[in-house]
Design a protein around this ligand. Sequence first.
Ligand code: B4P
Length: 199
Amino acid sequence: MSRLLLIGPPGAGKGTQAVRLADVYVIPAISTGDIFRSNVKNETALGKQAQAFMDAGDNVPDSLTNELIRSRLAESDAESGFLLDGYPRTVDQVRELDEYLASHGTQLDAVIELVADPEVVIARLRKRATEQGRSDDDENVVRHRLDVYREQTAPLIDIYDGRGVLVKVDAIGEIAEVTTRIVTALGGRGLTSSSATTL
Ligand code: B4P
């Protein structure tokens, strides 16, 4: 049973690693970014509210994001563990997640920080912009997303470090190599899975 979260700047590889780690630890990967994108695509009320913030590279308001995560974590597949990708992103979201976990008598096992140089992530997102055409991968928007990350999300790293749950991992290198680093680091904290040992 693992309750994990991934934190790092845009383009550090959160979504990429989340899918791989979900396989390894047999837990659902819950990406607020993916949930918002699917709502935008399906033109739901939530998608309509979130779109302008996403296109500008701003965080979607906490009020919308917290509610979304509360109901997602309440689904049965998240009962025995989960990997949060891109949530929490603000101090208010940390508070909300803390309250949710405490009310369910649980806590996070580890917070994985993906460490990547801003110029590397800009180059990755430039490549994704040509491949996928995501509106928030425009270079000016990416630079703004990095500023938002520095101001609103980077402070969370100290919070989790202070709680002794932070695991820092170098996110530069081949995708599989980064996964192996994460699994090794989590293994060092006693977090294993039967499939993790086969990596
Ligand atoms: P996200 O979907 O979280 O977008 P992201 O930060 O860019 O991460 P993503 O997972 O997509 O990219 P990855 O690093 O895996 O958020 C998008 C927007 O949604 C936010 O700006 C915000 O508006 C909103 N939002 C989401 N969560 C929110 C919250 N909690 N509160 C408020 N608003 C929220 O990968 C990037 C690229 O790098 C990919 O092309 C990938 O193939 C490549 N890559 C990955 N690893 C690599 C490696 N090792 N080597 C080379 N390339 C690699």
